[in-house]
Design a protein around this ligand. Structure first.
Ligand SMILES: Nc1ncnc2c1ncn2[C@@H]1O[C@H](COP(=O)(O)OP(=O)(O)OP(=O)(O)O)[C@@H](O)[C@H]1O
Ligand SMILES: [Mg+2]
Length: 471
């Protein structure tokens, strides 16, 4: 294989931009990011000094400066600046020193446009702000940001009955709750039920997935910003302030970096927050519920979570058992989803055949209740009788085989098929296996693949993979 050709191809498809410079800050290589946020191409950049090309940077703000002077990498830094079009843009950068024979000779930086993500998260905050500050027109009831109550939790297995009893008992205490359950076990349902059973139910419920945003962005979403704390920053509250009096659900807390975890611990202990860049503090009264789909023991062992924060949050611990450990709930849940979907799809399916029931009971359900729900929905699309039959099950996990559109498993792509097709096949297998591992959840698969969800949707469409999966 021609390595130069491969490198060129990779560069062509890479969304990120790359800058390489020597230790005098002279740019020696430049590849724009796919969104062309800088506004110049490589001919205009190569040979020039960094500060000439990026006049907004100085020795305090430049990550290159930091890396060249300290000799250490700076990873996943979010930077905000006004670009050549006068637009406030956000980029995430990783900057790494280059050593030759033990001597620092330069550095490279990989950067990616985050503007859309920042604008979207700010828009969500603004909408949440509006939602909670207004009374919703018709019945003058405050909408609290939830859609589930305890009545939506289907399950009569011993473990689920016990769990529901505990939820009723703990709902009114303001103590933090820590929930562990595999993906798709119903954590969101449980958290919202707790809020709606508590005396905080008239106040906002706000959920934030800690894995969805890069650190600096997450920090400003949590705590808010004061005007001028970075270029383009507005004076606005974070979700701690918005959730005042209510419940803040921090999902996938193990994805939060340790530094931010210690800031979170301080806020929880002191009960006061300070917007980033602000000199004043404000009291907040927020009940924190944190969740992970990773075993807390593993999480602590791998140092993904600070012990002090874990003990502070783990005042009440709930474990949501995987579906395979409460198989008696499978028939109940199956009928529940059929009823809900009958209404939605204007169908009149009465149930599943004995064979399907058995297949459902035998299945391991790695994607838990979500996977069962998706399987039922998929089968209902194909069913033309009163009962869902084996032939209606198109879902690959339940059939115990790979979907027909995977031609080659990862690592078994024939060498002679040509680079372009091989790369496409490899990409396809990676995407499908990520979706399988995510139990059919596209957002989760996108995160595992480290690509934006929209990009994954685009790729699925381009690869001709029909997708009924949930986001
Ligand atoms: N006990 C249940 N009764 C009815 N529906 C359920 C139950 N458990 C889960 N579901 C449904 O399954 C889907 C997944 O549930 P949920 O989003 O709460 O899972 P999760 O544990 O938060 O998963 P993840 O870790 O992937 O975020 C939802 O559509 C939810 O309505
Ligand atoms: Mg969830």
């Amino acid at each position: 294989m021609d390595q130069n050709n491969v490198k060129n191809l990779i560069m062509q498809w890479l969304e990120e931009g790359i800058i390489v410079l020597d230790k005098d800050f002279t740019i020696t290589y430049y590849k724009p990011a796919s969104t062309e946020i800088t506004g110049f191409d490589s001919d205009e950049a190569i040979g020039k000094k960094l500060f000439e090309v990026f006049p907004h940077l100085d020795s305090n703000t430049s990550t290159f400066y930091k890396v060249i002077t300290t000799g250490k990498p700076v990873i996943n830094e979010v930077q905000n600046y006004i670009n050549y079009k006068g637009k406030s843009v956000s980029i995430i950068t990783t900057t790494v020193p280059i050593y030759e024979d033990g001597e620092l000779v330069g550095a490279f930086e990989i950067f990616k446009d985050l503007t859309n993500m920042r604008e979207l998260s700010e828009k969500i905050l603004m909408l949440q702000n509006e939602l909670y500050s207004k009374k919703s027109g018709k019945n003058n009831k405050i909408s609290n940001g939830t859609q589930y109550t305890i009545n939506d939790i289907v399950g009569e297995s011993r473990s689920m009955v016990e769990l529901k009893n505990r939820i009723r008992k703990l709902a009114n205490s303001g103590s933090p709750v820590f929930i562990y359950g595999e993906t798709g076990t119903g954590k969101e349902l449980i958290v919202q039920s707790i809020h709606n059973l508590s005396n905080r139910r008239e106040k906002p419920f706000i959920a934030q997935n800690c894995a969805a945003l890069p650190e600096n962005l997450l920090e400003s979403i949590l705590f808010g910003t004061a005007q001028g704390s970075f270029t383009g920053a507005k004076d606005r509250p974070g979700i701690f302030e918005l959730a005042d009096g209510g419940t803040l659900f921090l999902d996938e807390i193990n994805s939060m970096n340790l530094e931010l975890q210690s800031k979170l611990l301080r806020v929880i202990q002191d009960g006061v927050i300070r917007r980033i860049g602000s000199s004043t503090t404000k009291d907040v009264n927020v009940r924190i519920i944190a969740a992970t789909n990773m075993d807390p023991n593993v999480m602590l062992e791998q140092n993904l979570m600070r012990r002090d924060l874990f003990y502070r949050l783990n005042v009440i611990y709930l474990h949501v058992p995987p579906l395979r450990e409460r198989k008696e709930d499978i028939p109940l849940l199956t009928n529940h989803f059929i009823n809900v979907l009958n209404r939605k799809m204007s169908k009149n399916i009465k149930g599943v055949t004995k064979e399907v029931q058995q297949r459902f009971l035998d299945n391991e359900w790695p994607g838990n209740v979500r996977e069962l729900e998706n399987t039922v929905e998929s089968a209902m699309n194909f069913s033309d009788g009163d009962y869902i039959e084996l032939k209606d099950l198109q879902n690959y996990n339940i059939l115990g085989q790979s979907p027909s559109y995977i031609k080659y498993p990862i690592g078994e792509i024939p060498k002679d098929m040509g680079l372009k097709s091989a790369v496409a096949e490899y990409e396809k297998s990676l995407i499908i296996s990520a979706i399988e591992e995510a139990g059919g959840n596209c957002a989760r698969a996108a995160r595992a693949l480290k690509i934006p969800k929209q990009t994954l949707h685009g790729k699925l469409k381009r690869l001709g993979i029909k997708c009924d999966y949930k986001d």
